[in-house]
Structure formats: C-alpha cells, structure tokens
Design a protein around this ligand. Structure first.
Ligand code: HEC
Length: 189
C-alpha cells in the first residue's frame, strides 16, 4: 500500500510519455505527407513574379542571416588593406556585382528587377554585415537565390579585395565611386 502511490504516478508518467511520442510521430508523418503533396501535385507556386508569404519570407531571411553569421564567425579578417587592394576590389565589384547590387550613382540593371529575392542595394545593406560575413557571402553565395558563389572562380585574396571595397561603400559619393578602380589594373590578381 505504501508503495502504490509512487507506482501509479510512474505508470501515469509512462503513459503520458507514450502518448506524447505517438502524437509527435503523427505530426511528423503529417508534415512529411504535406511536403510530398506539395512536391507531387504542383500546388506550390515557384514563380519569381510573386513573393513568398510573409512567414516563408521571414523564415528564409532569418535562416540565411543566422547561417551566414555562424559559418563566418571564425574567419579572420586581414588587419589592413592597401589603397591598391581597395582599387582592385572596386574594379572587380564593378564587373561582377554592380549590375545586381548597384553603387553610389549607379542603378541596378533593368533585368535585375525581375529577381526574387531582390538583390539589396549594398550601399545600405552592407552596414548590417561584418567584413567576415561579406567575405563568406561572396565566397559561398546563397543557395536558391540569385547570389552566386565566387569561391570556385576567385582566390581568397581577390575576395578580400572586393570585401574591403564593399565595406567602404556606405557614405561613398558617386564621384569617389566612379574614380575608384578607374585607373588601369596594375597587378593584384
Ligand atoms: C545575379 C545577381 C547577383 C550578383 C552578380 C551578385 N549578387 Fe550578391 N546578392 C544577390 C541576391 C539576390 C542577394 C540576396 C540573397 C538573399 O537575401 O537570400 C544577394 C546578397 C548579397 C549580400 C548580402 C546582403 C543582404 O543584406 O542580403 C552581399 C554582402 C552580397 N550579395 C555581395 C555580393 C558581392 C560582393 C558580389 C560580387 C562579387 C555579388 N553580391 C554579386 C544577387 C547577386
């Protein structure tokens, strides 16, 4: 009799645990079924002419933000960049990034307006990123968006040059932007 009360409580706990487990398995099964239905019936609209629902958009951008932060966290940023490196970065930016991300006094290309997600104006957007994160983004890109990975075609030194230039974009005048890297390339690749 003395032990009966704890035994019942334990049985109750076990019962609850089993019930919880069954509920969890059912929820997983339903989620899987939902994904399969979306994949096979064509019900999901993948067009780039219509944005995701606010929840999916939030989920993607929050995932992207945190994924980059975590992966870039142990990348060491070079302590300083020479004016030549910044100018080399400017040249690369103008040939590989400007048409999507614009620049001081320069608009994005017309066809970029059709992209989803929209490439942000880096002059403003870069203030929310650290240099190690910009380097990581340029090297690895963002899957399922138009942001390419440049790591397969460019050395880290070139990507750091681009990063050093990108970090200087906020506050840069159109004249400074036009002048940077306008002189013929000297070395640096
Ligand atoms: C074909 C278009 C395209 C080109 C070219 C491109 N990007 Fe991007 N970039 C994007 C898109 C789209 C995003 C937004 C990704 C997202 O939000 O999921 C992005 C995001 C970024 C971000 C993060 C900014 C933010 O707040 O979302 C950085 C930094 C960046 N790009 C740097 C670069 C650099 C540096 C280059 C050139 C070496 C470059 N990009 C070339 C399309 C492009």
């Amino acid at each position: 009799m003395l032990h009966s009360a704890p035994a019942t409580a334990q049985q109750e706990k076990k019962h609850l645990f089993k019930g919880g487990l069954a509920g969890f398995a059912l929820a997983l099964l339903l989620a899987l079924l939902f994904i399969l239905l979306l994949a096979y019936t064509g019900a999901y609209d993948i067009s780039a002419s219509k944005d995701h629902s606010p929840f999916v958009r939030w989920a993607f951008s929050t995932t992207m933000r945190n994924s980059v932060s975590v992966r870039a966290s142990d990348i060491e940023v070079p302590s300083r960049f020479t004016p030549e490196q910044v100018a080399a970065g400017a040249r690369q930016y103008k040939s590989m990034c400007e048409h999507c991300h614009a620049g001081p006094g320069v608009q994005k290309q017309e066809w970029v307006k059709g992209m989803l997600p929209q490439p942000p104006h880096l002059v403003e957007a870069v203030t929310e990123w650290e240099p190690n994160e910009v380097f990581w983004l340029a090297k690895h890109g963002v899957r399922m968006s138009a942001m390419p990975a440049f790591g397969g075609t460019h050395e880290d030194t070139a990507l750091w040059e681009i990063t050093s230039f990108v970090m200087r974009l906020p506050g840069m005048t159109a004249e400074e932007y036009a002048a940077l890297g306008a002189e013929p390339a000297e070395s640096s690749k």
